[in-house]
Design a binder for this molecule. Sequence first.
Ligand code: GLU
Length: 485
Amino acid sequence: MSTAKIRTRYAPSPTGKMHVGNLRSALYEFLIAKHDGGDFMLRIEDTDQERFVEGAIDIIYRTLEKTGLKHDEGPDKDGGYGPYIQSERMKTGIYMKYAKELIEKGEAYYCFCDKERLATLKTEVVEGKEISLYDKHCLGLSKEEIEANLAAGKPFVIRQNIPNEGSTTFTDELYGDITVENSEMDDMILIKSDGYPTYNFANVVDDHTMNITHVVRGNEYLSSSPKYQRLYDAFGWQSPVYVHLPLITDENHKKLSKRSGHSSFEDLIDQGFVTEAVVNYIALLGWSPEDNREIFTLDELIKEFDYHRISKSPAVFDIVKLRWMNGEYIKAMDFDRFYEMAEPYLKKAITKDLDLKKIAAMVKTRIEVFPDICEMVDFFEELPEYDTEMYVHKKMKTDKDSSLAVLKDLKPVLEAHDDYTNDSLYELLQGYAAEHEYKNGFVLWPVRTAVSGKQMTPAGATEIMEIIGKEETLARIDKAIEMLS
Ligand code: GLU
């Protein structure tokens, strides 16, 4: 291992939303760099012009900013290794220069085969995918034939020349040494007919020329890595440390896809998850600390993160667990920020002029995600239809008859009372219970049921009464008496 400063890169392709897997790569790259005081770089990989999605670069910037994964260098922050966007790097001629160097070394060659000819090549199934192995037809072209084709402006690609004999080994930090027979590897395209490099070539040239020391990426790149290793060897470069991450699956152990509804960072935020909770949860998708600790701030992750502890087994994205974790973050959140995030949901459920801040305080420790709020507080707006069976409660020793009796008896007491604050109301009801030698619950259960129409509420009877006020309380008690009679 060299003692060079650690330099990692997040190298997204701007193809749409920020997939959870991409965010995990970015996070781990960030943590590896920051754990050792290194640099974290952003490089935009936009060489596949067909997959380019307008606005996707903005999403990348916004997500890194929001999650706190601050890059030290990138298109918007020059660190001396730019340009940081591959389409711009291409214009400097860097990829062509290195491709030609490989041609000179016999490690690559021009290929002028057209679509029709390529379609006749025999295909082979590799890892479930049908691919056609190029037959090295153009490797046999003479220098003169190549010159003539180039002069005539014939479209070409540049291919890597992989020998048919021997094998290639590369090392991944987690998977160890991986050896592949050369005959099984295709002469992959390095430069496409549009002049753009393929990812396969650009990642090697860029990681080297940008002094990247550690590469973290999804294990879908694992099978191509021997080819990258061959490129490093051909150039005489030292390859970076590779860390290929396990697949992220859904609950059914299928690759986490859009269909799950929560495969991207944006989806999760839209569903009311808190950024810090999502980052915390994603850190644990494949990595775990030495102890069983689960809650980490980003700074704590920087301190604790050790990439040698990344697991090879697939990581299951467990939305139930994320919900739990999110709830923990909401509980710990300061109230002002909580209220700012809760307000839209409160306003969706409640249009009446009620004390939303008080209601917010009631739900803060009870929700897991913000949209939970609506269903929890909608009874403040309007008494729901409810079943009188709810008045029957064994532990409180209440039933429909006892509830009717208590509510009827309490009605004039509540009418005569004017101070509808929680404390005063509580004192009133407690006093009433004591006077009749009832247990508190015997009185509070029917009252709470009557004023909420719900089995579960985020607060007790008198807190609810304070919010809805005297008039509405009495109307709801009337309704209860009517229903129970
Ligand atoms: N542009 C590639 C992607 O978005 C990056 C892979 C890598 O990190 O090398 O999947």
